[in-house]
Write a protein that binds this ligand. Structure first.
Ligand code: ATP
Ligand code: MG
Length: 449
């Protein structure tokens, strides 16, 4: 190696992050909490591929959306010429899969998914090119009860995560007829104020004027505030559904505000739309968005099937958890095995296996480049591992048949060492660790409130 020219380092793709071990406990806690909550509402996991035919998104999301217009990682499969896209979201793929496998043949389904999504956006805080979503899709349910259930599931999750600074914004965007009547008036209104429209808005004026309401341009806010409100165009059925959702939420003390300007980025939504928003993340404050998308299944060639769902942005929620000042314990293990000499190394590997048989998390010291295997350096590593105990095997221990077991987190002055016969080490340590009240052996990730 040393004779070769030193190679240049290769950096990862811009906007696509490595999730490093230091953050792993936080991710694990988050993912476990979400899964537990989803399960408690009867949702089942579905895993669809990261790559789909481009048509899945072009048809599912609508041509005039940020995602389809400019954010998709699309490519041609060089083997067969197929047009493929890295999924920018999961709803379209889930619906594709539900139809392909006729999943709703025996009734409606509650589904959830988790995984990376890809959008070619300008990377900034809370906005990445690879990011992660966890979402739920309830397919085949007609009433406002499922909309409310999805919202309440989110509320429970924020509560379980100790996040109390996320608020719910709710709106109804009605059905296609109601939107088209509103749209006619809306286009007329925007045309009266044409001089105030920015480039994006001009482009959308006739293709997707509803999205203009979603503008983040401060210069357009006042004009947009005065625009005709879609809510005023809803008729009895849509209003009844919307009122039904609100009634359940009020009954369960879920606070919300109605935001008449809330529309969602995708074309497939109808009726209920909602966003969970925080003020603590700057301009990337939406941590979760969802709503009803009754037309989507039919757009994919299925028979009319109502549906409703949400997707949350994992990175934004994790940042919120970090900002909330909670402490997350670093990676931990129960036991670190320290050894010196060939015979001790053999014995250590056997003891490590027996400890794992007993359900403990064990790190066995292994040779590494550039660091000494001396006692001092091994004990340093044992300390850094976060282990509660070190099991020490040297010449003396091999001669006596008993290892030195050292409590690494004992108080000063306490007797923290014991000689334990090899065969008895697993029982001894399980007693010490599980018997110890403040160490929850089954759960190594501690979330301190
Ligand atoms: P935004 O208006 O912030 O672009 P969006 O409407 O495009 O959001 P959705 O498609 O509804 O977002 O995705 C659901 C959630 O996924 C968002 O609320 C957000 O938390 C998260 N999310 C979306 N895009 C990104 C991204 N590029 N990086 C990180 N998280 C994202
Ligand atoms: Mg977006």
């Amino acid at each position: 190696m040393s004779e070769n020219k030193k190679s240049e380092k290769i950096a990862g793709v811009k906007g696509m992050n490595d999730i490093l071990p230091a953050d792993a406990p936080l991710w694990e806690l988050f993912e476990n909490t979400v899964q537990t909550v989803l399960k408690s509402y009867g949702y089942q996991q579905i895993r669809t591929p990261i790559v789909e035919p481009t048509a899945v998104f072009a048809r599912g999301l609508g041509q005039v959306t940020d995602i389809v217009e400019k954010e998709m990682y699309s490519f041609t499969d060089s083997m067969n010429g197929d047009q493929l896209t890295l999924r920018p979201e999961s709803t379209a793929g889930v619906v594709r899969a539900v139809l392909e496998h006729n999943l709703t043949y025996d009734g409606p389904k509650r589904l959830w998914y988790a995984g990376p999504m890809f959008r070619h956006e300008r990377p900034q805080r809370g906005r990445y090119r690879q990011f992660h979503q966890i979402g739920a899709e309830a397919i085949g349910f007609t009433g406002p009860d499922i909309d409310a259930e999805l919202i309440m599931l989110c509320q429970r999750l924020w509560d379980d995560l100790g996040l109390d600074n996320i608020r719910l914004e709710l709106n109804s965007i009605g059905n296609a007829d109601e939107r088209s009547r509103h749209r006619a008036d809306l286009v007329a209104y925007f045309e009266q104020h044409k001089e105030l429209l920015d480039g994006d808005a001009q482009r959308r004026l006739h293709s997707n004027p509803l999205r203009i309401l979603d503008t983040k341009n401060p210069a357009m806010q006042e004009m947009v505030n005065g625009a005709p409100k879609l809510l005023d165009y809803l008729e009895d059925e849509s209003l009844g559904h919307f009122e039904g959702v609100q009634k359940i939420l009020r009954h369960n003390n879920i606070p919300f505000t109605i935001n008449p300007r809330l529309v969602r980025g995708m074309d497939y939504y109808n009726r209920t739309v909602f966003e969970w928003v925080t003020d603590q993340l700057g301009s990337q404050g939406t941590v979760c968005g969802g709503g009803r998308y009754d037309p989507l299944v039919e757009m994919f060639g299925g028979k009319p099937t109502p549906a409703c769902g949400f997707a949350m942005g994992v990175e934004r929620l994790l940042e919120l958890m970090k900002a909330s000042g909670e402490q997350f314990a670093p990676n931990q293990c129960d036991v670190y095995l320290v050894h010196q000499g060939d015979a001790a190394q053999m014995q250590a590997s056997v003891i490590a296996e027996r400890l794992r048989d007993a359900g403990l998390d064990v790190v066995l010291h292994c040779a590494s480049a550039g660091s000494g295997g001396g006692w001092k350096s091994q004990m340093k590593k044992a300390d850094a591992s976060g282990a509660a105990y070190a099991v020490i095997l040297g010449e003396d221990e091999m001669a006596s048949g008993a290892a030195t077991v050292k409590a690494m987190r004992s108080l000063e002055g306490e007797n923290n060492q014991a000689a334990v016969v090899f065969a008895e080490i697993p029982d001894y340590l399980v007693d010490q660790i599980v018997g110890n009240d403040d160490h929850d052996h089954s759960e190594h990730i501690h979330y301190h409130h």
